[in-house]
Design a protein around this ligand. Structure first.
Ligand SMILES: Nc1ncnc2c1ncn2[C@@H]1O[C@H](COP(=O)(O)OP(=O)(O)OP(=O)(O)O)[C@@H](O)[C@H]1O
Length: 334
């Protein structure tokens, strides 16, 4: 709730600066919209900031989002004034951006990692595996524990996770870093206070332990049941029919911000080559711009003439029956 001088609703850093005056709302949790009113305000704000109101928009949902969520998202975009909307699947768009229509997309996100086998432009829903133990937040939590072990104290869990994320982005590796370097981080950047020190030192074992949590999550917590990143890829590929498995192993595409930890693509390649049949040559592709892969893919396909049939017009979006039918035609196809 805002006082008289502040706007009723505020976003991002503006809201943080005046955090005492507002109730915090997080409209999307675990890739699902939990507060539509808040989400609509956020989207209108973001689209307004982008400085243009294009006549078409591509939106994406979580890979296994219910149809009702996709319907509401399309209807919301139409109500915002867009003439045509496409509701896509981010990993499929990412694959298209790399120039392929078949492959196995490994998307390392904030709250989970998901493996999405795609054949001929269609995600194979029965083979999708989502693992919440392998999201960036899990690595942040482990990094925060490393900082606490080093003697830092945080105001609350959120502050600890934020500091953990900073440490992860600056220092995490998969495997012992070749240079064998200890990293010194200014305490200021970790937003933690200490009367005695200005920097915190993170050794090579701690650096490698952060990345290791994605491959052996039990490093962070022995009760986690996840088989790790290579294990979930194996699980997803195994759910594909036998004749598709080779194409999946030979076309692994790593995307998402969580995959940027140095050494991660190489380790996934090694682990998968151990797990796959001896006569399969696993190929892991990790493009430099993979954090933005879905956006880049969407911007490529949006202009393709072949994509025209995937747009849902505002008229169809406003008619419940037509919208449901159009989403069925385009749900896993981009
Ligand atoms: N350079 C980096 N090194 C390691 N991790 C990074 C780096 N940059 C971003 N990340 C992590 O990437 C994650 C976010 O990735 P991405 O933007 O692909 O997620 P998302 O698809 O929005 O997530 P979700 O769908 O799970 O909400 C965060 O955990 C963030 O800390």
């Amino acid at each position: 709730m805002a006082d008289g001088l502040l706007p009723d609703v505020s976003f991002g850093e503006d809201a943080e600066r005046a955090s005492a005056a507002y109730d915090l709302a997080i409209p999307v949790e675990k890739s699902l919209v939990v507060d539509w009113d808040g989400a609509e305000k956020l989207w209108k704000h973001a689209i307004g900031l982008s400085g243009f109101r294009s006549s078409r928009i591509i939106v994406t949902t979580g890979v296994l989002a219910p149809k009702a969520t996709r319907e509401r998202l399309v209807r919301t975009c139409a109500a915002m004034g867009f003439a045509d909307v496409h509701c896509g699947v981010a990993p499929v768009l990412a694959l298209f951006g790399a120039g392929y229509t078949t492959g196995c997309v490994v998307d390392c996100g904030l709250e989970s990692s998901r493996v999405v086998p795609v054949y001929d432009g269609y995600a194979l829903p029965h083979a999708i595996v989502v693992d919440p133990s392998l999201g960036g937040l899990s690595v942040d939590a482990h990094a925060a524990r490393i900082l606490e072990t080093a003697g830092l104290a945080f105001r609350n869990n959120e502050a600890a996770l934020r500091a953990g994320e900073v440490l992860k982005i600056r220092a995490a590796t998969v495997g012992i870093p070749e240079a064998g370097t200890t990293v010194e981080l200014p305490l200021k950047c970790l937003a933690a206070s200490s009367r005695h020190r200005q920097v915190v030192e993170i050794g090579v074992d701690e650096r490698a332990a952060m990345g290791e949590t994605l491959f052996v999550p039990q490093v962070a917590n022995r009760s986690i049941e996840s088989p790790g990143l290579a294990g979930v890829v194996l699980a997803a590929v195994t759910k594909c029919s036998i004749d598709l498995r080779r194409a999946m192993y030979e076309g692994i595409f790593l995307v998402g911000g969580g995959s940027l930890i140095p050494g991660l693509p190489e380790r996934l390649d090694v682990d998968l080559n151990h797990l796959a049949a001896a006569n399969v040559d696993v190929q892991v592709t990790a493009l430099e711009n993979r954090k933005f892969a879905a956006f880049l893919g969407a911007s490529v396909v949006a202009d393709l003439p072949d994509f025209a049939s995937n747009w849902i017009s505002r008229e169809d979006a406003e008619d419940d029956v037509a919208l449901a039918a159009r989403l069925d035609q385009t749900s896993y196809n981009c």
